[in-house]
Design a protein around this ligand. Sequence first.
Ligand SMILES: [Fe+2]
Length: 279
Amino acid sequence: MTIRITAASGAGAYVEGMQLQNLTSAEIALLREGLGEHGVLFFREQSLTPEQHIALAEGFGEININRFFTPVDGYPKIAQVLKEPDQQKNIGEKWHTDHSYDQLPALGSILVARELPTSGGDTIFSSMFAAFEALEPAMKEKLSKLTATHSSRHAFGAKAYENESEKEFAGRLGNSQAATQDAVHPVIIRHPISGKQALYVNPGFTLHINELDAAESEALLAQIYAHCQNERFSHRFQWEQGSIAFWDNRATWHSAMNDYAGQRRLMHRITVAGTALTA
Ligand SMILES: [Fe+2]
């Protein structure tokens, strides 16, 4: 079967004609190029065991073990993204880019659907390539000279949970004492694979723009975030049994819908290590 990569509306692309077990180096190169071009790749009708999921990720780089997520039983390299029927909050609803708080931010993550609600639980991806492209030239010029500080403290640190009942995140997120890192990255980056320019600030982890005072930084980030949330840069991915999404953190934001109250949703996530980002 021939492999087809078809751009999705708004963000990302669907990959057809490829089973993700035992990929050849040519297939890995094709997917890597696809990430650099489209930012997120969607797959249907896959059947990966946890071992095959790990092997797939290792084809793209070293596995980055998340410090905060509870791992899947017996598979320390796989993070469990879980919401139980009696839990109210989900993980990752706010728009964000995983790991922007790391000095060497992760390349991306491969998310495999394991147990899905009967409806709901979609993930929305937004293209930071498209958001960048749509900026006015003067804004591109202005942002290209700026850097931003990113942190995990407010999201995963001890303070992040102080208003939550313990039951809410018990067994899902932990290790809040590890949330001590800050990282500085350019506001506009060049994608390490394609060289395409992308906006690289996000509501989840960006604290402030370093060259501006607090009020200016807050106003500019609010303006950028409003721009990036425009629906024309986003694609809503509906999960099915066998669905996989492989996103590139350097080119996309994502947001997990929390609209399946009373149902269980279990996903397996593996994160692949990345490189330093440059303007
Ligand atoms: Fe995420």
